[in-house]
Design a protein around this ligand. Structure first.
Ligand SMILES: [Zn+2]
Length: 88
């Protein structure tokens, strides 16, 4: 069976365990995952600053800097440059 959760098994709604030999690891499920890609430009998260910004605003630091300052009012109302299409 394909293991999509890297050995972790959910034991209740808040915790999961992984058994490795005689050792049982337990972790809360609701830890924060950091996305690997910016939701705006789709670039891979490369720096700690990007990772921090993606956790906060769902976009990388460059997108934040690029879009936030010119769209500050819209941004604060929840707008994000996600729907913007780019020419590829
Ligand atoms: Zn970006």
């Amino acid at each position: 069976m394909l293991d999509l959760n890297n050995g972790w098994n959910k034991i209740d709604n808040e915790n999961e365990v992984k058994i490795d030999g005689n050792v049982v690891f337990k972790r809360p499920i609701h830890h924060e995952y950091c996305p690997l890609f910016c939701s705006s430009c789709k670039n891979v998260v490369a720096t700690i600053d990007d990772a921090d910004m993606i956790k906060k605003e769902k976009v990388c630091e460059l997108c934040y800097i690029t879009y936030y300052y010119i769209n500050k009012e819209k941004w604060e109302q929840g707008w994000r440059p996600i729907e913007k299409t780019t020419n590829r």
